[in-house]
Design a protein around this ligand. Structure first.
Ligand SMILES: C[S@@+](CC[C@H](N)C(=O)[O-])C[C@H]1O[C@@H](n2cnc3c(N)ncnc32)[C@H](O)[C@@H]1O
Length: 220
């Protein structure tokens, strides 16, 4: 019994990964390929990917949204968890990163499930709202530029159905959110976002200390 979340050191994290993460070969290969990129740290952790895969299955999700694709790990693990007629609408602005993503989606046999939209995500989300996709998504994952988190959340909240879930990444921002000495713009934006979400009566939330912090918001 414990009233406090355990502190994770490296050996405990390795233990958790060794007894719980079941990463398929293609996901392992994508992780290895991404490790060659200077911005490899942007990729989600494997235990987070596995959690999201489970969540998508628990929700019986068919239609999902991703904001921030990078080399495609989170979109791939979600697409693999969806039924054959499932769909991920995936937003990013970077053609170079997403070219790697598309190669691995193809290799995994899920390319036809992922509709990649190369444009500023706010434009794609506005277009989806204008095209009557509101209240139709089962799951949304927000993992792009932090300055727009509140905007992404508001649009995702329109697009997700009641009972659907929005997952928001990096809400602990390597612990900087709780360090009063850190006052840069991105940290402040995440703090502000977390604070507002805690008071939002349109959702029920849980902030999980998983990887860099993942908040789940269930749309009521
Ligand atoms: C943290 S990475 C995403 C990581 C990814 N979810 C994964 O599993 O590897 C953030 C991504 O957001 C994209 N991005 C940044 N600003 C954006 C914008 N305004 N619209 C869409 N995508 C954006 C970046 O190009 C980058 O690929």
């Amino acid at each position: 019994m414990s009233s406090k979340t355990i502190n994770l050191n490296d050996s405990l994290l390795h233990y958790i990964q060794s007894v719980s993460v079941q990463e398929s070969e293609v996901l392992k290969q994508l992780r290895a390929e991404t490790a060659k990129q200077p911005m490899a740290v942007m990729q989600i952790a494997p235990e987070q990917g596995q959690f999201m895969s489970l969540l998508v299955q628990l929700l019986n999700a068919k239609k999902t949204l991703e904001i921030g694709v990078f080399t495609g790990y989170s979109a791939l693990i979600v697409a693999l968890a969806l039924p054959p007629d499932g769909q991920v609408i995936a937003c990013d602005i970077n053609k170079e990163y997403t070219a790697i993503a598309q190669q691995f989606w193809q290799q995994a046999g899920v390319a036809e499930k992922i509709d990649l939209r190369i444009a500023p995500a706010l434009e794609t989300l506005d277009k989806l709202i204008a095209e009557n996709h509101s209240n139709t998504f089962d799951f949304a994952f927000i993992d792009a530029d932090k300055s727009n988190y509140s905007n992404y959340y508001e649009k995702a909240l329109q697009l997700v159905r009641p009972g659907g879930v929005i997952a928001i990444d990096n809400v602990l921002w390597s612990g900087r959110v709780a360090d009063p000495e850190v006052q840069d713009n991105r940290t402040q934006k995440i703090r502000e976002f977390n604070q507002n979400l805690a008071q939002d009566s349109r959702v029920k939330i849980s902030l999980l200390p998983l990887a860099d912090g993942l908040t789940l918001a269930l749309k009521l």
